[in-house]
Write a protein that binds this ligand. Structure first.
Ligand code: CTP
Length: 446
């Protein structure tokens, strides 16, 4: 019996898929089809697959062409499968020409001609309207957004806004995107959604006006400085059925989600302590070091360090204390936040003028999770135990600078029915704003 194997995502099942399965079936007597899992697709950078793994399997099954369906969930699996299932022929479409030649050592490799003019990517694009996005602020973050949005289908950047004419003009020249200066409302009229990457203190005003105008908002953190303002924005978004997402990039990284799952899987027992540290020395001339009102370590990085704490221990802490090392202007060079919970405790540390080991340690009753710098991108983490010889290492894939995962979440929430994301909830953002409020009160007093 000649056994054939083929693989694919088979998202939004289409004629091209049907054709390749039927041709693959004809190559032998028994066809095995490997369908990728969501996690595997995410890891290899296919970030906006629409159908769930089960739906995609069901669609392959309904063709009646597969004798057996298996799941593909990790790199290197093809070689394993070919040996395990005693495969004679491996086949895929001609778009993969050459990529799988290395499998010739294990079986025959055949590239079948791809059906022209159809693909899941095309269908995903035609299924949803293009989301026209405007960028507010043309500073450091805007070019990164422009770079990363290319990897998310359906997002189109149409214009930018910056009240400062000079820097706006430079941006327009370099990226060839129209930039509005005074007319924020006019800018809003041209977009379906905004990405807010302006200075911290302006996020709230821009976000509120955008939501009032019926536009979806993705804002750099913090979207507002007080709990009451944050709640107001979320209520407004809910009332208008709009997406409001805060840009704490780590929250959307697949590796970080995996780390949270590992920590909560029981492997390390009950979680008792979370320690997160993020420091990045800023130039003494930079905004982070010169803006006594809205600069400093806390406003830059506290949200990143509070994120794993709220995710793992919840937002219902019993007590919070904030300590800072200030410069002569009263701005925090280094801040430590200590949280006490009923069942545990946590420390968040951040710095722009003091350098420390940027790591995340999640301590449990059986062991601990350790993610070294840059844990906020989560490319690697390990689980360690009392026995120092036992170490489980995890190395999730991470693509680009990670912004694409955040943009992809934004697009999928705009296109989907569910407006909220479990990856970063309103409750978590509100809890962060509560702590921001305490910090800002202290700063005002000084
Ligand atoms: N395929 C094909 N003809 C097409 C589209 C896909 O023969 N027009 C084949 C691919 O070469 C692959 C299999 O179908 O062997 C599954 O491909 P998959 O990546 O799931 O489909 P695409 O439509 O190419 O998806 P995407 O646009 O997301 O890359």
């Amino acid at each position: 019996m000649k056994k054939v194997i083929t693989y694919g995502t088979f998202d939004l099942f289409h004629q091209g898929h049907l054709n390749i399965l039927s041709r693959a079936r004809k190559l032998g007597d028994y066809l095995i089809v490997g369908v990728t899992t969501e996690h595997f697709d995410e890891m290899r950078g296919k970030v906006n697959v629409i159908d769930s793994t089960l739906e995609r399997i069901e669609n392959v099954r309904k063709t009646g062409l597969a004798d057996e369906i298996i799941i593909e969930d990790h790199e290197g699996q093809k070689i394993e499968d070919i040996q395990k299932y005693n495969i004679d022929i491996f086949t895929v479409g001609s778009d993969w020409m050459g990529t799988f030649d290395y499998l010739n050592n294990f079986c025959q490799v055949i590239y079948l001609e791809r059906t022209p003019d159809i693909s899941s990517t095309m269908l995903r694009k035609s299924r949803f309207q293009i989301i026209n996005v405007g960028i507010v602020g043309t500073g450091r973050m805007a070019p990164r957004f422009l770079e990363e949005d290319k990897y998310v289908s359906g997002i189109h950047i149409v214009c930018a806004y910056n009240p400062e004419r000079e820097s706006g003009d430079l941006f327009r020249e370099k990226y060839e995107i129209p930039v509005y200066h005074e007319e924020y409302q006019q800018f809003l009229d041209h977009v379906d959604a905004v990405y807010i990457a302006s200075p911290n203190e302006t996020h709230y005003g821009y976000a509120k006006q955008a939501l009032q105008a019926g536009k979806h908002v993705l804002s750099e953190n913090p979207v507002a400085m007080s709990k009451c303002d944050v709640e107001e924005l979320y209520d407004l978004a809910e009332e208008k059925n709009l997406v409001l997402l805060e840009g704490i990039k780590t929250a959307y990284c697949p590796g970080f989600q995996q780390l949270l799952n590992t920590a909560q899987s029981g492997k390390i027992g009950e979680i008792k302590d979370v320690e997160a540290c993020f420091t990045r020395l800023a130039d003494v001339e930079s905004r982070e070091r010169t803006d006594a009102e809205f600069g400093g370590a806390f406003l830059e990085y506290a949200a990143y360090t509070l994120l794993p704490i709220f995710k793992l221990l919840g937002t219902q802490y019993k007590k919070v204390e904030i300590y800072s090392i200030l410069d002569e202007k009263g701005m925090d060079l280094y801040t430590k936040i200590q949280l006490i919970y009923e069942q545990g405790m946590a420390t968040a540390k951040c710095g722009v003028g003091v350098k420390s080991e940027g790591q995340l340690v999640i301590a449990g009753t059986n062991g601990y999770v350790l993610a070294e710098s840059p844990w906020w991108l989560t490319r690697k983490y390990m689980v360690r135990y009392e026995n120092p010889n036992v170490i489980d290492v995890f190395e999730p894939k991470f693509q680009g600078d990670g912004l694409r995962y955040e943009i992809s979440e934004f697009a999928s929430k705009i296109n989907g029915l569910e407006r909220n994301t479990y990856k970063l909830t309103k409750e978590e953002i509100v809890a962060m704003s509560e702590i921001t409020e305490i910090f800002m009160e202290k700063r005002k007093k000084k």
